[in-house]
Write a protein that binds this ligand. Structure first.
Ligand code: AMP
Ligand code: GLY
Length: 439
């Protein structure tokens, strides 16, 4: 099998690392990839959102099977397009991709099928929204309906912040058309958890649970990011709670898909708030999460290609998905200044301390570095290394480690972090500690 993975983050690096372990996969391509992915796959210079370019590259390289990482090409209908040119593709079609691309679509779906979530109302008129300010009290949860690179949700602490947020979404249109419709929600309180699930038309199978850290600074302070770290399994989901999540959320979601004619195939990422009343859905994403995937896949013992292929054929129920008992922790190393502006092209030191792709993680090789925003730069200037790996994005690397206990995984991940350096490198020291919400 010749497999093409679309995307360029740590999530895609982790997916490719698992695909490389499959005896069924002969060659892996990635569009566009990064400096780490390059060691396992042939990188093609095509952007993930360039659907025409991806379809052409798939044909040119005789691709048999494609896996889509990010949400934007999914929302653009990349799966429909690749399938139309004969490439079997893992990911939801354009119709199902609305579950991430429109918060209003998802809220209506959840309400229609009585799946627990926050109360909400929606607005297309700025004045009506301004009149409704504080409708569920504060913080006021204000969400742009469309995709906004993870920045479209604002938790406004008071009336002034709420008015400012509304003005920027609907007046200045900082998220463009994504903010023409705004969803306002009741603020849920509790601990968050991420439940990634494999889904085909007949079956939903949760992966091991995970937790991520969205804020930039320790103690969950500062602005939201794409995710500064993760661990798996969640420290708060026990068997009884997992059963509730399954019975009250996952099975009703599958039944809802079937009732609504949504032929969802791929990964459904269920963002949960574990409230005093029980688990509630915060959001759906229609793809693997980043950086949850790095921690979750570090524990997957089953051939990932077999799972992807089964999902495409509606054979998911036949696959026995196995997970290791190990715990996993991922610490993200970010560029100084992220999620604001930051410099690129800074040389990264210390990567030689790690095996690029251990075939599985063991006590001896417990740690793997997944690349996100990295690139290779041919030597230039005095004192620079030949073919140096340099920074090329906000989130640069993720150090993932496994251990028999959560603490062991955490210590190993931070020991790995100490071996890497680049100018301005920033990471959170509290990844792996229980992330209680700030009151
Ligand atoms: P989303 O992009 O929908 O995942 O929202 C980003 C983050 O905002 C979530 O991970 C939560 O931390 C927070 N959030 C979103 N909706 C709510 C809500 N209704 N109540 C409390 N927090 C929320
Ligand atoms: N880590 C959250 C996300 O991937 O959306």
């Amino acid at each position: 099998m010749r497999v093409l993975v679309v995307g360029s983050g740590g999530r895609e690096h982790a997916i490719i690392w698992k695909l490389a372990q499959s005896p069924k996969v002969d060659k892996i391509f990635c569009a566009p990839g990064n400096a780490g992915i390059m060691q396992l796959a042939e990188c093609l210079p095509v952007k993930a959102e360039d659907i025409d370019g991806i379809c052409a590259a798939a044909k040119e390289n005789s691709i048999d099977f494609a896996v889509i990482g990010p949400e934007v090409p999914l929302a653009m209908g990349i799966v429909d397009r690749l399938e139309a040119v004969g490439v079997k593709t893992f990911g939801p079609d354009k119709n199902c991709a609305q579950l991430e691309a429109s918060k209003s679509f998802t809220k209506a779906f959840l309400a229609r099928h009585n799946i627990p979530t926050a109360a909400y109302s929606e607005y297309t008129d700025k004045q009506k929204l301004l009149d409704a300010v504080g409708i569920y009290g504060y913080p006021m949860v204000i969400k742009a309906d469309g995709l906004a690179a993870g920045k479209g949700v604002i938790l406004a602490a008071d009336e002034k912040e709420a008015m400012d947020a509304i003005e920027s979404m609907m007046g200045e249109r900082v998220f463009g058309s994504a903010g023409d419709l705004v969803v306002v929600e009741e603020c849920l309180r509790g601990i968050e958890a991420s439940m990634l699930c494999f889904v085909d038309e007949n079956t939903i199978v949760p992966m091991e649970s995970a937790q991520d850290y969205k804020r930039i600074f320790d103690g969950d302070k500062g602005p939201n990011t794409g995710g500064m770290g993760s661990y798996s399994p969640s420290l708060v989901i026990d068997e009884a709670l997992q059963k509730r999540i399954n019975d009250e959320i996952l099975q009703p979601t599958l039944a809802g898909f079937q009732a609504d004619g949504l032929k969802f195939k791929g990964v459904l990422f269920v963002g949960l708030m574990l409230t005093e009343e029980g688990p509630k859905v915060i959001e759906f994403n229609n793809r693997f999460g980043d950086p949850e995937t790095q921690s979750v896949l570090a524990r997957l013992d089953t051939d990932i290609f077999e799972i992807f292929d089964a999902v495409c054929d509606n054979r998911l129920s036949e696959i026995d998905i196995k997970w290791s008992e190990n715990r996993a922790v991922t610490v993200v190393l970010a560029s100084g200044g992220y999620p604001g502006s930051y410099r690129k092209g800074i040389e990264i030191k210390g990567l030689e301390n790690f095996l690029p792709a251990p075939s599985s993680l063991t006590d001896e090789h417990s740690t793997i570095v997944f690349h996100a925003g990295t690139d290779v730069k041919a030597s230039c200037g005095k004192g620079s290394t030949k073919n140096a790996v340099v920074t090329a994005g906000g989130r640069v690397l993720g150090v993932t480690a496994i251990g028999k206990t959560h603490e062991e995984a955490r210590e190993r991940a931070f020991a790995g972090v100490q071996k890497i350096s680049f100018d301005g490198m920033h990471y959170r020291n509290d990844i792996g500690k229980l992330n209680r919400p700030a009151e």
